[in-house]
Design a protein around this ligand. Structure first.
Ligand code: SF4
Length: 611
């Protein structure tokens, strides 16, 4: 057994660490900020709000428009000799709910649906962590929103912030003992690692101040008063199904079974997606195999891993604060030794696993209990009504009439569960009346594509993602079909900055925002999420992305070996050879600039989805 390792990090804490540790367990000045009718929260409380699931944002499209109007008014005022009034910054809020495993009852879904219309921008956004996000909330509506959610036992506590975020697991509602156990473990981990502070209740629900300021750290026995150095993500995968992208998590648990008996979990640690374009010491990373644990050991092992990160994670530089950097710096052997010292026993060796696939869980499937579930693909996770497809209204109608369970997937799709066989035709007909067609043929590129929210609401976005990807996917679908690649499983993911919210660095193809309209193009990942992709070309203009990928598709069509996947092909050939061949291909076609707008291009022309 290894000795407990060196002393925790005691170097000068960064600004956010100071805010957390002096916040009286996440209270700070949030109450005072809420009491002010006008204006947003100050920087200290903006940071603390995240732990409550709330992000202060602004609509950047509207800000630009306001600035233009202000500039015009200033000009006019100067001409008249009267200075124009300065436009107030318009704050709005994103609220994310915490839904372990992505599970909701019908009543919980309907309260989300109603809040989206009454207080937010009329849409719901499914996240890749199986949560719902509301966008465009106003400060004055936050307490009412959180109270209404709480009445259906939904919280937003720890959906964001430097804590263990929503714990995710495979959402397929199949009646198998292993799945039931995995779902129970997901719920147990989530409950166990939920912050203990009463601040959420005080601020949002009952208004009663329960904390006297004198209590010591027993208020947060796991986190302590400074919580974690950075966000922390946990996922649980079903044997052979990597729909949760288990290698990209701080802790990934892969269930190991013998027939219908759950033996335990292989543990992966140190995965994470974010990086910074200009800092070479930041990078995406896949989790390392740590060992095997039995179901009764899960809570203790996960808790101790979280506490190692609490004690040794970097609290000086937030860009180095994720646990992946601790493990990168220590090495997995030292990390394992530290964990074993804390547990007082060794871990069992990592076990052989079934090959992993990324199952989407779409279409009609029998659950195994006489009922059915229906998986619906949701483009970029946005539950909204558009002219042709009134998805939000259709889902509301089905949930009101049939009262199914609802599950959100890590691929930001949605499942309606527990539907009786005799209800299937009526569910389909009702959805169809809203323009939602269950049998709608979607290409693999469409099905496996994901984009983060990005502009106009994410304050970190430097480029478009959710609003740009539908058009790009449409064009890539056409290119793939022309080249006879329509049936290939090729995942395309797009983010508006390098933070990696849509997990782009394991996709076959990724577009990562670099600056306005320019992207880092990466290729060579695997759609089952077991390999990082590689930077292929930088600063590619949005309008050139499809041509660049089409050149690679053409190369793949001509020179793939057997049933080699697109990602495997890119890896085998290597980015230098790919680039040389693609540049010749593109040069030969540079005179062919005629391009007709696609159907989706026309659909989105001049139109932004409400965000
Ligand atoms: Fe925002 Fe970047 Fe995350 Fe996209 S990846 S939602 S732009 S932080």
């Amino acid at each position: 057994m290894a000795e407990k390792s060196s002393k925790p990090n005691t170097s000068k804490p960064n600004k956010v660490e100071v805010i957390k540790s002096s916040s009286d367990y996440l209270r700070g000045g949030i109450a005072e900020g809420l009491a002010k009718a006008a204006g947003g929260f100050d920087e200290q409380n903006v940071q603390l709000l995240k732990f409550h699931g709330v992000y202060q944002q602004e609509n950047r499209d509207e800000r630009q428009a306001a600035r233009a109007a202000q500039a015009a008014a200033t000009t006019n005022g100067a001409e008249d000799g009267v200075p124009a009034a300065r436009a107030e910054k318009e704050h709005s809020f994103m609220l994310r709910t915490r839904l372990p495993g992505g599970h909701l009852t019908a009543a919980q879904y309907l309260v989300h649906d109603a809040i989206a219309d009454r207080f937010a921008n009329g849409t719901l956004r499914i996240t890749t962590r199986q949560c719902f996000q509301f966008h465009g909330l106003l400060k004055g509506d936050l307490q009412t929103t959180l109270r209404e959610l709480n009445e259906t036992l939904i919280t937003s506590l720890a959906a964001c912030g430097d804590v263990v975020r929503n714990v995710i697991c495979c959402p397929a509602p199949l009646h198998e003992p292993i799945r039931t156990q995995i779902e129970a473990v997901t719920r147990t981990i989530s409950d166990h690692l939920l912050p203990q502070t009463r601040a959420y209740h005080e601020l949002w629900l009952d208004g009663e101040k329960l904390y006297d300021g004198e209590k010591a750290a027993e208020d947060e026995p796991i986190y302590g008063k400074s919580y974690l150095p950075r966000k922390f993500k946990i996922a649980i995968a079903y044997p052979g199904d990597n729909c949760v992208d288990v290698y990209t998590q701080d802790i990934g648990l892969v269930a190991i079974a013998d027939g219908s008996t759950l033996l335990g979990f292989n543990v992966l640690v140190g995965g994470g997606m974010g990086m910074n374009h200009t800092k070479a010491d930041t990078f995406p990373r896949l989790g390392d195999p740590l060992g095997f644990i039995t179901p009764d050991q899960v809570v203790a092992v996960v808790e101790q891993i979280v506490m190692i990160q609490r004690d040794y994670g970097n609290r000086t530089d937030r860009k180095q604060a994720r646990m992946k950097y601790l493990i990168h710096n220590w090495g997995i052997e030292r990390f394992r030794s530290e964990l074993e010292a804390r547990l007082g026993r060794p871990l069992q060796p990592f076990r052989a696993m079934l090959p992993l696939q990324n199952e989407l869980h779409l279409g009609w499937q029998e659950q195994g209990d006489g009922r059915w579930f229906l998986g619906l693909s949701v483009e970029n996770g946005r539950v909204a009504d558009t002219d042709k497809r009134r998805l939000k209204s259709g889902l509301r109608a089905v949930v009101q009439v049939f009262q199914p369970g609802v599950r959100l997937t890590p691929n930001h799709d949605l499942l309606l569960t527990d539907i009786l066989p005799e209800q299937r035709a009526a569910v389909e007909a009702l959805l169809r009346s809203y323009g939602v067609h269950v049998a709608e043929p979607l290409s693999n590129i469409q099905l496996f594509s994901m984009a983060c929210v990005a502009l106009p609401t994410c304050g970190l976005a430097v480029a478009e993602a959710e609003r740009a990807l539908p058009q790009l996917v449409d064009e890539l679908e056409q290119a793939a079909a022309r080249l006879g690649l329509a049936d290939e499983r090729i995942s395309v993911r797009m983010t508006g900055c390098p933070n990696g919210c849509a997990r782009p660095y394991v996709a076959d193809v990724a577009f990562v925002g670099r600056s306005a309209d320019q992207y880092l193009l990466l290729v060579g990942g695997q759609s089952n999420g077991t390999r990082l992709n590689t930077a292929y070309k930088d600063l590619v203009h949005r309008h050139d992305l499809v041509a660049e990928v089409t050149a690679l598709f053409d190369h793949f069509r001509q020179e793939r070996r057997g049933a080699e996947s697109f990602g495997d092909f890119c890896l085998r050939v290597g980015v230098d050879a790919l680039r040389a061949r693609a540049d010749r291909y593109l040069a030969a076609r540079s005179d062919d600039t005629s391009k007709q707008p696609t159907a989706k291009e026309q659909r989105y022309a001049g139109h932004s989805l409400p965000t």
